[in-house]
Design a protein around this ligand. Structure first.
Ligand SMILES: O=P(O)(O)OC[C@H]1O[C@H](OP(=O)(O)OP(=O)(O)O)[C@H](O)[C@@H]1O
Ligand SMILES: O=c1cc[nH]c(=O)[nH]1
Ligand SMILES: [Mg+2]
Length: 209
């Protein structure tokens, strides 16, 4: 499955509205980002391959569907992806976790890499890449390329807010990667911020505004 998936979920829209609100403080922002991370992870995992097995309940023998492969790795794009990671780990407790440090130059909007720590079994497990903001798409395109270079062939990308420009760039560079988002926003402004967006996710998450 490729392209954009936005869960049709009133609770997700409610949490996103509160995340966007400039009056939400850093502690509230972090909590909401974790909750949204859990919801997006659930949606992103909805089409994982399954197998059927015999299971004994306390009442009877039955057959039940379970995952056919180990949980995918989680890869957080620093810093803001750490906020989503917290919730995603609650949903995928056995997933190995990778960290990818990327920072965007505020003038050129080009992202540069400052840390790469990826799990070994990306090839066997695949990956869910987490970054709340898909703006120009430069960071996401680089992040997915890194994860592919490390061996992953099945990759999903989860973000909170996508700009049309970033979505287009990511789908053009990596057409095999489905994007799971809470919202598709209107545009980028002249400083490369998503409009209406939610501001600088990393700064709001870590109180560095
Ligand atoms: O689509 P792009 O134009 O590349 O922009 C999106 C990137 O910008 C933000 O990170 P930032 O560089 O601000 O780093 P931070 O998370 O450390 O604040 C965001 O978390 C994405 O990684
Ligand atoms: O709107 C934006 C764009 C990039 N990064 C952010 O944190 N926010
Ligand atoms: Mg930032």
């Amino acid at each position: 499955m490729t392209g954009l998936r936005i869960p049709d979920n009133a609770l997700l829209r409610h949490k996103l509205a509160r995340l966007r609100d400039r009056r939400t403080d850093s502690a509230g922002f972090r909590r909401l980002l974790a909750e949204i991370g859990a919801m997006l992870t659930m949606e992103a995992m909805a089409d994982l391959p399954e197998r059927e097995e015999a299971v004994e309940t306390p009442v009877t023998a039955t057959r039940a569907r379970m995952l056919a492969a180990p949980e995918p790795c989680l890869v957080a794009v620093l810093r803001a992806g750490l906020g989503l990671l917290e919730g995603a780990r609650g949903i995928l407790p056995e997933a190995p976790v990778g960290h990818l440090g990327l920072v965007r130059d505020e003038h050129t909007l080009v992202a540069s890499e400052y840390v790469v720590r990826l799990p070994r079994d990306l090839a066997a497990r695949g990956a869910l890449v987490l970054d709340p903001m898909l703006a120009t798409g430069g960071s996401a395109v680089q992040a997915v390329a890194r994860v592919k270079q490390a061996g992953a062939t099945t990759i999903r990308f989860a973000c909170v807010v996508a700009a049309p420009e970033g979505l287009h760039a990511l789908c053009a560079a990596h057409p095999d990667v489905p994007v799971i988002a809470a919202a598709l926003d209107e545009k980028l402004n002249e400083r490369g911020y998503i409009v209406p967006g939610l501001g600088d996710a990393g700064d709001r998450c870590f109180g560095t505004e």
